[in-house]
Design a protein around this ligand. Structure first.
Ligand SMILES: Cc1cc2nc3c(=O)[nH]c(=O)nc-3n(C[C@H](O)[C@H](O)[C@H](O)COP(=O)(O)OP(=O)(O)OC[C@H]3O[C@@H](n4cnc5c(N)ncnc54)[C@H](O)[C@@H]3O)c2cc1C
Length: 355
């Protein structure tokens, strides 16, 4: 995919989407400038980065999992090698059935060949783990992983900073103008401006109409002297994700009404309550960090990307919702191929579905 070296791409928002896009474009020789602000809130800093092929109340296979996962794994492994970081961590998964309906649903999923590569053994009650209540049985989830998104994004920001291509500032929309077909922003001339602001796209005067369906989420980073979790992602009513240092994360809440970035006492109590209720014995759990953020979801739970319908040179990459770790690499590839080789954007993620 040859890049036009004369053409500069200005990327706004140095979060998961923006940093991966800058990395990919830079990697094929395109000229990029990245603007983001470390002092503004970011979803990637709150996210556990879990890639889970079977999710939600209905235990359904994640959208396009089989095609998204290989792109994600390749992308994260490439950044690990190039930047000397370790961010992609495969992990076995166990999900506990909550009631008789879950048990029936699991039976259907196990008979469905589409689930063959993501579901492992069915585990009768009591077999999955001595730590968790298990009245209805459980099942193994395969191909799960978690991505250390803060480590990844911070490493990419440091890389672009060293190259002199990253400005750690808040982007001011009123300072962007167009002259003779080029976009100008505080001394930067760009043929394209790609907005990757996550939930903050509501402040963007050119793309505020896309109508995100944002949802707040909160997680707790915890430690416990008595609760030692094995290297497994446990999904009861909430999930518990253990880290190699013995700490673990509990998550996540989901709230479409309160869209503030502040953690709440009610969510902390709910997360701790659900975790304790899932455990056979009570444990003292100490909260080290309590984080809150906004997931940039969409009405149809699909990413949203592509050119502005009327203004040439303006683009959007957003709508990664609660699955950015899995979807961002493939969406970055999709948009890059459109930018550099005019490849048609897949209709399912094309922003024109909202025009
Ligand atoms: C509680 C919670 C748990 C989650 N758990 C998971 C999970 O387990 N797995 C998973 O895959 N996903 C998870 N997510 C979702 C994941 O965080 C998002 O899908 C992903 O971060 C979206 O990436 P993004 O780059 O679009 O947005 P962000 O990560 O929010 O990045 C956008 C960036 O743009 C910056 N920005 C915005 N406006 C401006 C401006 N004017 N000037 C400068 N900078 C600006 C922001 O500050 C931010 O740094 C979770 C989210 C939450 C809130």
């Amino acid at each position: 995919m040859p890049a036009d070296p004369e053409k500069q791409h200005l990327i706004v928002g140095a979060g998961l989407a923006g940093c991966l896009l800058a990395w990919r474009l830079h990697g094929v020789g395109a000229r990029v400038r990245l603007i983001g602000s470390a002092s503004r809130p970011s979803a990637f800093r709150v996210a556990a980065g879990v890639i889970n092929p079977v999710t939600g109340r209905w235990m359904t296979k994640s959208w396009n999992f089989d095609s998204l996962l290989p792109v994600a794994e390749t992308t994260y492994r490439e950044t690990e090698t190039a930047l000397g970081i370790g961010v992609y961590h495969p992990i076995p998964g166990i999900r506990f059935c909550q009631n008789a309906d879950d048990v029936k649903r699991l039976g259907r999923r196990l008979r469905n060949p589409r689930y063959a590569n993501v579901l492992g053994n069915r585990l009768p009650p009591g077999e999955a783990s001595p730590l968790f209540r298990d009245a209805h049985g459980a099942f193994e989830i395969e191909s799960a992983a978690y991505v250390d998104l803060p480590e990844l994004v911070d490493a990419l920001r440091r890389f672009f900073k060293r190259e002199g291509l990253y400005d750690d500032v808040t982007f001011r929309y009123d300072a962007l103008g167009n002259r003779d077909g080029l976009w100008h922003y505080q001394g930067i001339d760009a043929a394209t401006v790609i907005f990757c602001e996550g939930a903050a796209v509501v402040e963007n005067p050119w793309f505020d109409w896309v109508g995100l369906h944002p949802a707040k989420g909160e997680t707790l980073l915890c430690e416990s002297s008595s609760l030692q979790l094995p290297h497994t992602l446990f999904h009861h009513k909430k999930w518990l994700l253990p880290y190699p240092d013995g700490r673990f994360r509990i998550g996540a809440t989901y709230d479409e009404a309160d869209l503030s970035w502040e953690p709440t006492e009610a969510s902390r109590a709910a997360l701790l309550g659900d975790a304790q209720a899932a455990l056979v014995a009570p444990h003292r759990i100490d909260v080290i960090h309590h984080l809150a953020g906004i997931r940039p979801g969409t009405a149809d739970s699909r990413p949203i990307l592509g050119p502005h319908p009327h203004l040439a040179g303006l683009y959007l990459l957003n709508g990664l919702g609660s699955k950015g770790a899995m979807t961002a690499p493939a969406m970055v590839r999709e948009l890059s191929e459109h930018l550099l080789a005019q490849k048609k954007i897949d209709a399912e993620v094309d922003l024109r579905r909202f025009v």
